[in-house]
Ligand binder design. Sequence first.
Ligand code: NDP
Length: 302
Amino acid sequence: MPATATYQLLDGRACSDALKQRIAQEAAEVLAKRGRAPHLAAVLVGDDGASRTYVEAKVKACEAVGFRSSLIRLPASTTQQELIKQVQALNADADLDGFIVQLPLPDHLDADAVTLAIDPAKDVDGFHPVSLGNMVLGHDGFLPATPSGIVELLRHYGIATNGKHCVVVGRSNIVGTPMSILMSRNSDPGNCTVTLAHSRTRDLAAVTREADILIVAAGKPGLIGAAMVKQGAVVVDVGIHRVDDPSRKSGFRLLGDVRFEEVAPKCAWITPVPGGVGPMTIASLLLNTLKAASDVTRKLVN
Ligand code: NDP
């Protein structure tokens, strides 16, 4: 007999819908105060299918909460100089509250240099060193969208984090590393004892089995199986992978870094893929844009 599943879903769609309702109300207040809605721009270089899907989802989400949005499409042949010029134009655009440059960029472009060129006041992705520094120091600023979306998800479902052992798998600058910092901060959610695992970690399974809260951002489909998870753990799967599936109209389906079917029955809580972390990332981007617009409003009002 299969084990009875007792896990609960950390439903990113439901949580982000609730957040978006609040954002829409505040966007209406910003519009009333300053006569223009929060405005987000997204720059997409080239025509990578997954990046296009993500950017279009962000633009659609803006419309749903009453923001203005602008999508700037540049050809894959765009030079570094042309892209930096575009970033500088957006920095100077007083009509714009924040913008993102969708990553990854084509290989010939230097993403770090592009991020550095973004005005930190408009850095709603939270990737600029000033934003990351503010996060580490616990100062007010833009938090990176995916890790802060995960924190919001844990808060929404009342997941206890205080004193828990959180294992983060993956140490990228945009997900794993900031995630480890947010979970170890003196705040709620936070106050975890954090272990940051990566590709050089010895005996990953022994490390992940110690986790009360396991957050996986390794970019490796199905990396985490049931034997790597403690009974009753909270599991957050950041990975998104398109795999071919001719039986679907789209021709593909999405998988995470966690083997959901076998891991879920051991969990207290787990995110689905899709419908877990992805919608929260978008909601966080909207929150950052609202913050950028509200900070401007405060400056105008005070
Ligand atoms: P990166 O490729 O930049 O980083 C992956 C990290 O995982 C690295 O630190 C790497 O270690 C570590 N890693 C790789 N393989 C292993 C392994 N076998 N064991 C332990 N650690 C390993 O990925 P990102 O952080 O950008 O993204 C991770 C995943 O999350 C991707 O699938 C991505 O598509 C997805 N994603 C989803 C988002 C969403 O909104 N849902 C948003 C952003 C990303 P090392 O440093 O040693 O190389």
